[in-house]
Design a protein around this ligand. Structure first.
Ligand code: 5GP
Length: 218
């Protein structure tokens, strides 16, 4: 219920017929449905930008930590919208953007260990107000571990914005502060999210079909 109030819920079983959208030829035969059209992703992101800025009124400077690779499109749209809002509302705030990758190691008991790579010196985060921007939270294990690690550097505050939150029984209970959409427990791709590096360049968020899983398998 709390999640329902925080984000746009994409119900189980929803999805638009792919024939109703323009689809790149290379992906045309390999999609089951379009779950969230590009325009809706952007409209929702613009509202998240306003929500985020309203929640940090005294911050002069915000460090946005974009989690690569999947978060790049969402982060770009979000930061653009935040900059527009800062400008039009004459807010005295600066946004710095850093890029990280989270490398997960899963041992047999599946207690994930996470390493942050890309940011040479995490001590840059000490005392800062940080917004982590992620593409999707599935079990939540990756973000839980990443937060533990980042908090060791004593930032002033850490919040997380995720474009998608998957409804799954495997969730560890972690819920980000800002969520674009709650989505069904399916493998989603597009708008930065990949399947073996394919589909990142697909503009909508969609669901792959059986043929696609075979076609783009490694
Ligand atoms: P978690 O640790 O929350 O289970 O997984 C987080 C990461 O798994 C995400 O950052 C993403 O890279 C990947 N992931 C989880 N679900 C999906 C999905 O449905 N599609 C894609 N493309 N990646 C996913």
């Amino acid at each position: 219920d709390e999640i329902r109030k925080k984000c746009l819920v994409i119900p189980d079983g929803s999805g638009y017929d792919t024939s109703l959208f323009t689809i790149p030829v290379k992906y045309a035969d390999f999609l089951k449905s379009i779950l969230i059209p590009n325009g809706l992703v952007k409209d929702r992101t613009h509202k998240l930008a306003v929500d985020i800025l309203s929640s940090v009124p005294n911050t002069k400077s915000l460090v946005v930590l974009c989690v690569l690779k999947g978060g790049y499109k969402f982060c770009s749209e979000l930061v653009d919208a935040m900059e527009r809002y800062i400008c039009s509302c004459e807010i005295n705030m600066s946004i710095k953007v850093e890029f990280i990758r989270l490398k997960s190691y899963h041992n047999v008991s599946s207690t994930g260990e996470v390493e942050v790579i890309g940011l040479s010196n995490l001590s840059h985060l000490t005392g800062k107000d940080i917004l982590i921007v992620e593409d999707i939270i599935d079990t939540g294990k990756t973000m839980t571990k990443a937060l533990e690690l980042i908090k060791q550097y004593n930032p002033n505050s850490v919040q997380c914005a995720s474009l998608l939150l998957k409804r799954t029984d495997k969730s560890c209970g972690y819920v980000p502060e800002f969520i674009g959409f709650s989505c069904p427990d399916e493998f989603v791709l597009g708008y930065g999210l990949d399947y073996n590096e394919f589909f990142r360049d697909f503009p909508h968020i969609g669901v792959i079909n059986e043929e696609g899983i075979k076609q783009f398998a490694v």
